[in-house]
Design a protein around this ligand. Structure first.
Ligand SMILES: *Cc1c(COP(=O)(O)O)cnc(C)c1O
Length: 333
């Protein structure tokens, strides 16, 4: 597979750093924990959507789009990075935001990612919970087309086969770093939501026979659904790359025990993870994704699922700007 065959517009700061977390490792007393800093991709406070958008926006440019649409929850990191990418490329951006949590606090509705959406010049419209948001978005895209525009609509999270190529690329990058640094990892852990990150990574890891099991920590769907979504997308990615059957259903593993009350609502364990990472390693997790991923990592170390003598890499998918949208649940001075 040669990823360079696919159109890509470089926007991220890559390779992202791969760092040891000695204080968190010591505190948990189990495995040696490393972190892959995709929170440092550079585009408007960074995050995992940047890698996907490098491939998606190249497709948008190739088809002559003058406006990009996408959708997500109110504090969507994907919407914010899409707004930033569009600004950088001189395109308009229109976002549909779903009120998925019921939070009504001013910071939730206007600060964090929403503030940056607006700063990047995106226009926003809102939807109540429970709709098929991709269908809503495609309908709005048609209204732009009817006005003579050329819209490019990006599904939620940028998670289609094109976007997921960004995480095939991340797998290649990470494995290159393990060679440079003489590191062998026993497990990789990432938060998993709309599935593009998990699917791209597993295709890249399996295609290279990395023998590095990947665990997704779910943030929304139950385990069966999440694993099914990831597997289906992984198959679409394989097809795009001309690979076949490198990812088996059993390679796709998600643990959905750290979701708490639901998507976008931090659990106690989410808040504890945010606190621990901030105090031990000065790493900022986010309340929706990496905080839940971090909670899974911490708990699975404490339970001895990840053991002393093993080495783990945790993918930091970003999102810390969302903390300022969640002041109502975070500790205050
Ligand atoms: C979108 C997102 C994820 C989940 O990635 P998916 O590809 O949607 O599964 C994880 N962390 C952060 C911070 C995100 O914004």
């Amino acid at each position: 597979m040669q990823l360079s065959r696919f159109p890509r517009i470089r926007m991220g700061h890559m390779p992202t750093p791969l760092e040891h977390m000695p204080r968190l490792s010591a505190l948990l007393g189990g495995p040696e924990i490393w972190i892959k800093r995709d929170d440092c991709t550079g585009l408007s406070t960074g995050g995992n959507k940047t890698r996907k958008l490098e491939f998606l926006m190249a497709e948008a440019v190739a088809m002559g789009a003058d406006i990009v649409l996408t959708q997500g929850a109110t504090q969507s990191n994907h919407a914010r990075q899409t707004a930033a990418a569009a600004a950088k490329l001189g395109m308009d951006c229109h976002i549909l935001l779903e009120d998925r949590t019921g939070y009504n606090e001013p910071n939730y509705r206007m600060n964090g990612n929403v503030l940056l959406d607006v700063l990047h010049g995106a226009t926003i419209e809102h939807r109540g919970p429970g709709l098929d948001m991709n269908a809503e978005m495609f309908a709005v895209a048609e209204t732009f087309r009817a006005k003579g525009r050329t819209p490019y609509a990006i599904v939620g999270g940028g998670s289609n086969a094109t976007g997921a190529l960004g995480y095939v690329n991340c797998a290649l990058e990470l494995l290159g770093q393990t060679v440079e640094k003489d590191l062998v990892f026993d497990h990789m852990v990432t938060a998993t939501g709309s599935a593009g990150t998990h699917a791209g990574l597993i295709v890249g890891l399996k295609a290279l026979n990395a023998q590095l099991p990947l665990l997704g920590i779910g943030v929304r769907a139950p385990q069966e659904t999440q694993e099914g979504n990831v597997f289906k997308l992984a198959q679409a990615v394989e097809e795009k790359l001309g690979l076949q059957g490198v990812v088996k259903r059993a390679d796709v593993v998600a643990n959905c025990d750290y979701i708490g009350k639901g998507y976008g609502i931090p659990a106690e364990s989410t808040l504890e993870a945010i606190d621990l990472f901030a105090r031990t390693e000065a790493i900022l997790l986010d309340p929706v994704y990496s905080g839940k991923g971090g909670a899974g990592l911490i708990d699975l170390c404490r339970k001895g699922h990840f053991k002393k003598g093993e080495r783990i890499v945790f993918l930091h998918t970003g999102g810390a700007i969302g903390l300022t949208g969640y002041t109502h649940v975070l500790p205050h001075a």
